[in-house]
Design a protein around this ligand. Structure first.
Ligand SMILES: [Zn+2]
Length: 298
């Protein structure tokens, strides 16, 4: 299999990447992948990720939850309740951070189009990019929404969007710097960029170490924290204007980790770790399992 070897840090170009730990793909392949950390800036990445034409099979499970609407099992039910709550939060954040009731939205990694269709129903002009054909078809079936593959980027006019959103997507994108360049080009000077990603410095990440489910190798290539997010934003002419915790992600990720480890009572144990992380994140959002960053051009 062709694997992509990252020789230098995509943020600072440093060439001293040191092995941090080994993670297992619990979700799909049971293969192991190594995480490497840049000695210069601290950025963490998954090394030897399968190439773009082969990564598809690591997503090929009808349970990859963001691409599906499955409601089977207690954990999926919990996920869906939380997802509906978060959807309301996301649409309100979109309006609040742009200061607009309606505008031009690009949702990158739109999945089955839930957020995009919610925003459309609120009067926004919506375009969405989603590489999975199955997910695009589901979006069409469920919401009558036309999503596009990555080739849409080249058709998007410069400075045409009020808002670009990536809900748990940036960590999946193989061409990290090129993606940021595209965000900069397509966003209006006054536009906002909203990025939600797992926080590798969170309480639950520290607690579970290499087994933390949000490392999700090899699907997650880049592992951000507040510091490395600021660094890459700055590199591409953005600054973080707001950081918000995502309190419920810690419950879900912890339950998932307990389940992956085949521990007894995964929901109870995971909830307990999620709850402890939730309390800690109330005092310091850096403990939050995931973080939402609102960015604008410098
Ligand atoms: Zn670096």
């Amino acid at each position: 299999m062709n694997k992509k070897f990252v020789a230098s840090c995509p943020i600072c170009q440093g060439e001293s990447l040191k092995k941090l730990t080994t993670c297992k793909d619990y979700f799909m392949s049971n293969e192991e992948f190594n995480l490497y950390k840049c000695s210069d800036c601290g950025f963490v990445l998954t090394e030897n990720v399968p190439q773009e034409n082969e990564i598809g099979r690591y997503y090929q499970s009808d349970t990859y939850i963001s691409h599906s609407n499955t409601n089977k099992g207690l954990m999926n039910k919990v996920y869906h309740v939380v997802r509906n709550y978060m959807m309301a939060k996301k649409t309100s954040l979109a309006k609040k951070s742009t200061g607009l009731e309606k505008g031009e939205l690009l949702d990158v990694g739109a999945g089955i189009g839930l957020f995009a269709s919610k925003m459309r129903s609120k009067g926004w002009n919506v375009q969405g990019i989603e590489p999975s054909k199955a997910a695009r078809l589901t979006a069409k079936e469920l919401y009558g929404l036309d999503l596009y593959d990555q080739s849409l980027w080249q058709d998007l006019p410069s400075e045409s969007k009020d808002l670009i959103t990536l809900w748990h997507v940036l960590e999946h994108l193989p061409n990290l710097n090129e993606s940021w360049e595209a965000f900069f080009r397509v966003l209006k000077p006054t536009g906002k960029l909203i990025i939600a990603v797992p926080n590798s410095r969170s309480f639950d990440a520290n607690h579970y170490g290499a087994d933390w489910a949000a490392y999700d190798v090899p699907r997650h290539i880049w592992h951000f924290n507040a510091k490395t997010m600021q660094q890459i934003a700055l590199k591409h002419g953005f600054r973080v204007i707001k950081t918000l915790p995502m309190p419920f992600d810690g419950f879900y990720i912890s339950m998932m980790t307990e389940k992956n480890l085949k521990h007894n009572l995964p929901i109870i144990k995971g909830s307990w770790i999620g709850f402890r992380g939730y309390l800690k994140a109330l005092r310091d959002k850096d403990n939050s399992s995931s973080l939402i960053y609102v960015l604008q051009k410098i």
